[in-house]
Design a protein around this ligand. Structure first.
Ligand SMILES: Cc1cc2nc3c(=O)[nH]c(=O)nc-3n(C[C@H](O)[C@H](O)[C@H](O)COP(=O)(O)OP(=O)(O)OC[C@H]3O[C@@H](n4cnc5c(N)ncnc54)[C@H](O)[C@@H]3O)c2cc1C
Length: 375
């Protein structure tokens, strides 16, 4: 807007009041920086406290949530949640628990003590079942402890391998899972809190699809092509739950035990060991272990690696960002900053890859520099 145009738009009284003001004050205010309060991430190798590796239990056709009759036993399968087993836990475990209750059995075995086994056990124990969890590993030694975690239902099926019916069921379970987690936000000791999340893109989607489960379960959702974080072409910004599994799993294990569930630490070497259990109703939450135990050759490990940085208490935002070296994501926890962005299908090794540590630390540092430059 030229100054002449600007002035002519005002009444005389206004003009009089401003007559002595310097020209600069008539210029439009600079655009407000929506990230003025964002503290840049301090991402450097010297701030890395640990690097962890785990295997997402991935099935192209999505998680297996199914009841199978094996001799006298009823086995309810609940495994194969890929990169979103924590996110989906209150959805899929609720269905598995309902199936177990429907058998009419009082005594129920839950195989596995990751997030799916624990949530199933907790629901069943609170209903008054006698629940025994059989697991080789308990928290903090499960894959669920390795996870990020951003509550975001992505990365757990191949769209070309699932039916419309599965997608409709999945949508319901996403919503169930979301509402299951809400009561835990900011509850002391559970490690669940909101972050200002940014889902960043290099292209403006056309058409734009709803977020998984429906836009209404992403509070304060705002899509933008201007003033985006790090200057991306497009962003979807909303409040997302960050779940610190080290706190959360301990807390729900304790809740399950308080409700009467007991744990038995043991490795089930084969299906014969499962058939020898005293319970007739069994909820199978063995994650990747289901491949060997129940012969599911559709299960594939997807190796993921996370580096934890020293905490920055004032970092309360999170992001998933595509970069020239691959996707990078950052989730702030109270105990540290989680850096991620690796996805190695079929790789069953557990050794951290030093090149990936460097890629992630440097990649996040480059993004942080863009934030500083815009400050
Ligand atoms: C790097 C990384 C990042 C991730 N980020 C996220 C995220 O941001 N959000 C999200 O929702 N998810 C995330 N995930 C995925 C998530 O970790 C998994 O989907 C989830 O942990 C699966 O939970 P589960 O309970 O099925 O399996 P697990 O946690 O693997 O638990 C399996 C249990 O079964 C037991 N078991 C297995 N076999 C046997 C056997 N033969 N005998 C006895 N016990 C057995 C194990 O000991 C264990 O107790 C991530 C994963 C990785 C690796």
């Amino acid at each position: 807007m030229r100054r002449r145009d600007f002035v002519s738009g005002f009444g005389l009284a206004t003009l009089g009041a401003c007559a002595t003001a310097p020209a600069e004050t008539l210029a439009p205010p600079p655009p407000t920086n929506p990230y003025a309060s964002y503290v840049p991430l301090q991402s450097s190798l010297s701030r890395v406290t640990r690097t962890v590796v785990g295997h997402r239990p991935y099935r192209p056709m999505g998680y297996r949530l199914e009841t199978e009759k094996l001799g006298q036993k009823t086995v309810i399968h609940n495994y194969g949640h890929g990169g979103c087993g924590v996110t989906m836990s209150w959805g899929t475990a609720s269905v598995a628990a309902d199936e177990a209750t429907a058998t009419g059995a009082r005594d129920i075995a839950v195989l596995g003590c990751g997030v799916q086994g624990l949530t199933s056990a907790l629901i069943l124990a609170r209903r008054g079942h006698n629940v025994t969890i059989y697991a080789e590993q308990l928290p903090p030694h499960t894959t669920s402890n390795v996870a990020g975690v951003l509550w975001m239902p992505t990365g757990y099926f191949d769209r070309s391998a699932v039916s419309q019916e599965w997608l409709a069921m999945n949508r319901k379970l996403i919503r169930l899972a979301y509402y299951g987690f809400l009561p835990y936000v900011n509850r002391p000791g559970y490690g669940v809190y909101w972050a200002d999340h940014h889902q960043l893109g290099r292209r403006i989607p056309s058409p734009r699809y709803e977020l998984p489960g429906g836009d209404d379960i992403y509070p304060a959702l705002h899509t933008s092509t201007e003033n985006t974080l790090f200057g991306y072409a497009y962003e979807e910004r909303f409040k997302a739950m960050i779940i610190d599994p080290d706190y959360y799993l301990d807390a729900i294990l304790q809740d399950a035990q308080l409700a009467g569930a007991r744990t038995v630490r043991m490795r089930l070497a084969s299906i014969d060991d499962v058939m020898a259990l005293p319970e007739q109703t069994i909820v199978n939450c063995t994650g990747l272990g289901a491949a060997g135990l129940f012969g599911d050759d559709t299960l594939v490990p997807v190796k993921g690696q996370l580096s934890h940085l020293l905490p920055q208490p004032n970092v309360t935002y999170s992001y998933v960002a595509p970069t020239s070296s691959g996707v990078l994501y950052m989730f702030p926890r109270k105990t540290g900053i989680v850096l991620g962005g690796t996805h190695d299908e079929g790789n069953d090794t557990l050794e951290p890859d030093p090149a990936q540590i460097t890629r992630m630390v440097e990649g996040h540092a480059e993004l942080a520099a863009r934030l500083s430059a815009n400050a």
